[in-house]
Design a protein around this ligand. Sequence first.
Ligand SMILES: Cc1cc2nc3c(=O)[nH]c(=O)nc-3n(C[C@H](O)[C@H](O)[C@H](O)COP(=O)(O)OP(=O)(O)OC[C@H]3O[C@@H](n4cnc5c(N)ncnc54)[C@H](O)[C@@H]3O)c2cc1C
Ligand code: FES
Length: 352
Amino acid sequence: MKFHTLKVKDITKETLDTITVHLKQPLFSKIKYKAGQFLTVVVPIEGKSVRRAYSLSSAPNIDETLSITIKRVENGLVSNYVNDHLKVDDKMEIIEPMGNFFVEPDKNLARHIVLFGAGSGITPLMSIAKSILAFEPKSIVSLVYGNRNSNTIIFKSKIEEMQKKYGERFNVVHVLSQAENDWVGYKGRIDKTIAINVLNLLPKFDKDKTEYFICGPEGMTKEVENALKNLQVPKERIHHESFISSASSEAKEEAKKGGSSTEREITILLDNEEYRVKVSDKKTILEAGLDAGLDMPYSCQSGLCTACRGRRKSGEIKMDEDEGLSALEIKDGYILACVSHPLTDDVVIEIG
Ligand SMILES: Cc1cc2nc3c(=O)[nH]c(=O)nc-3n(C[C@H](O)[C@H](O)[C@H](O)COP(=O)(O)OP(=O)(O)OC[C@H]3O[C@@H](n4cnc5c(N)ncnc54)[C@H](O)[C@@H]3O)c2cc1C
Ligand code: FES
């Protein structure tokens, strides 16, 4: 993993609870990324170094800065810290961009990129839309974007600007769950019915050349995927990114509800040292290791980037999700510590 320290060039207030942080690229050897990827910020808070992933809302070869757009999460540590304290000219430590949710524009392609997003899920979609519209002149983009009301639409004026600039090549459908009285567009959350209605209204394009990108809460993603299944869209043409691992948050919620909590003592092998670490069922192996002061590698904390990959030497482990690993890696005993929980006391994991 490559770390960089970048200067905050500018901060844009997007809505009441969302800012975009524009980070200055290094003078030499610019940081490369693909439209749709995320970077990880490393922020010192309360004596700890905390990491969180943020998708780039800027687009490569279009925007000068690396820009990330951060929406406050209730009681969230980093999102509120950054919104409250970050200033122009501050330094920010980041881990270089990564992720598998991206497009690589090709000027010879003619395709329809359909984007479904809600709330802060717009960030990678914005980067993808900008890239495709600028670098694939024969392609078109459709954006279906869900928000609470018109004041919470992130990038509202930027989207309008792009509609003016690209005309029929950029179709936008807003869906508002708590719309103002004079709102004439779609009302409600993006569910299967709304998704099917909207999909049927989008410009007709060669079905085999249409790709779908979904980024938002797990509920919306499932509804849109069901709609696409209904319309017989093959899975290979559907891509999704989740900002929050639903399985792990459900597991945490379950654990919080109480009942008896289990704690297991496991062994972590890291940098040729052996550590005994207690892991409660409220924590992942990564969280327990970090709490114990181990310098464990990690980035996204969502089972996506594989920075926290380790190998199980013994014992039983449950992973909340395993999308970041191949079937072969799973068979070979690889695990992602950020989404793993020990099921037995004899767990030994080698990190790295
Ligand atoms: C690949 C990836 C890309 C991301 N891109 C963006 C982005 O572009 N913009 C952005 O604002 N965020 C993005 N996130 C989410 C971001 O990483 C943080 O999770 C989010 O900012 C909350 O961090 P926090 O420290 O404020 O909250 P924490 O202190 O970590 O969490 C506080 C509570 O909020 C819940 N929570 C955490 N994240 C969310 C969420 N997104 N929505 C609702 N509840 C949540 C937690 O379960 C916890 O209960 C992305 C996440 C991933 C994995
Ligand atoms: S920290 Fe990214 S997969 Fe675990």
